[in-house]
Design a protein around this ligand. Structure first.
Ligand code: FES
Length: 356
């Protein structure tokens, strides 16, 4: 009979590794040298798991709870252990001493390159029926992704190409249809649509002021608008993700502590280097934590605060939060209604992996 693993810690261990060195991850949870083996598994059915670092400075999160299915690394399983998903008190003396950063136009800067962007207050450029602005890019500190806010007038947009990069379109308001290389996709509130590198996208908006966000897998991406609507599709590279065009579906919700999320785009092997999810945060403030991925969060509805080390900014529907890798933060839902967000993480495929 298999022995029971011991929970060494209800969160992962962050480590920076040395290229070529072998690390022996403790699988039994009994080692006193976590996350590594100290021989304590002797007499049990467990064996340590070897991992050889692929590069110098490789950053990893070794599983501490020993429940991961992707050992030796954390897969987020720890979040659903009772008492593991810790909450913070936004009214504590320490938190009360953190001031709300004032909005200066569309941009509110927080610590470590984190910021909140309010497209409603931004200056927009126009091409045909599309008014747009950049929300996330290299200039604003992103390393892996760009994001554009597009407001569409009723009718057919110009053709749009996002260069040599895959992109994910999310419909934040309005409805219509999208054409990619002759293929037509229905767009409704909450639709997520993959546009592969080199493909031409054209949107027929059925409602004035429809809003879509385009996340592109490069920090220096741009949108090229043209009248060439012949359409180009990379049909041979059909994505093997959940689907090219995905809708929000209550039945696909997964829990993460007291929060819920649904994956919209999953990074396929060798494919789109991003993952997109929709999440629900009930009235609460998570304990400040970090991620190894860069994250863009579109606030769909609800209200709250984005907290970093020494600052916080108010957020509500329509705002976008940019979060650099490893920046300590917490997103609080302060209103009576849940906060709904759509997140894009790069590089990565699992939005439940966090560390302290
Ligand atoms: S610490 Fe075990 S899955 Fe995260």
């Amino acid at each position: 009979m298999k022995d029971q693993a011991v929970i060494a810690q209800k969160s992962p261990f962050y480590r920076e590794l040395k290229k070529g060195r072998a690390y022996f991850w403790c699988t039994c949870g009994r080692s006193q040298k976590q996350p590594f083996c100290d021989g304590s598994h002797k007499g049990t059915t467990f064996e340590p798991q070897k991992f050889v670092a692929e590069e110098d400075g490789q950053e990893v999160l070794f599983c501490g709870c020993k429940l991961t299915k992707t050992g030796p690394f954390c897969d987020g399983s720890h979040n659903n252990i009772e008492g593991a998903y810790k909450l913070d008190d936004p009214t504590s003396a320490v938190n009360q001493s953190i001031p709300v950063s004032p909005k200066q136009g569309a941009f509110t800067g927080l610590d470590g390159g984190c910021y909140v962007f309010s497209p409603d207050l931004a200056e927009l450029q126009t091409s045909g029926t599309v008014s747009f602005c950049s929300v996330i890019d290299k200039e604003l500190g992103a390393l892996y992704q760009s994001q554009f806010y597009l407001r569409l007038k009723l009718g057919l947009s110009p053709a749009m190409v996002f260069g040599a990069h895959d992109a994910v379109v999310f419909v934040a308001s309005g409805a219509g249809s999208a054409t990619i290389g002759g293929q037509i996709f229905d767009l409704t509130l909450g639709t997520s649509l993959l546009v592969l590198a080199g493909e031409t996208l054209q949107i027929d908006a059925l409602a004035d002021d429809s809003v879509v966000f385009v996340s592109i897998c490069s920090s220096s991406a741009s949108i090229t608008f043209s009248d060439d609507t012949a359409g180009h599709a990379t049909a041979s590279n059909e994505p093997s993700a959940i689907g090219r065009c995905v809708q929000v579906d209550e039945d696909l919700k997964q829990s993460m502590g007291e929060r819920y999320f649904q994956m919209l785009v999953v990074k396929p092997e060798g494919g789109v280097p991003a993952a997109q999810f929709i999440g629900e945060i009930p009235t609460s403030k998570a304990v400040p934590h970090r991620h190894l991925y860069e994250e863009a969060l579109i606030v769909l509805s609800g209200s709250g605060y984005m907290w970093t080390d020494t600052k916080k900014a108010a957020v509500s529907g329509g705002d976008v939060i940019f979060l650099p890798r490893k920046q300590i933060h917490s997103l609080e839902c302060s209103g009576p209604e849940s906060l709904y967000v759509v997140g894009v993480i790069m590089p990565g495929d699992n939005p439940t992996i966090n560390y302290y």
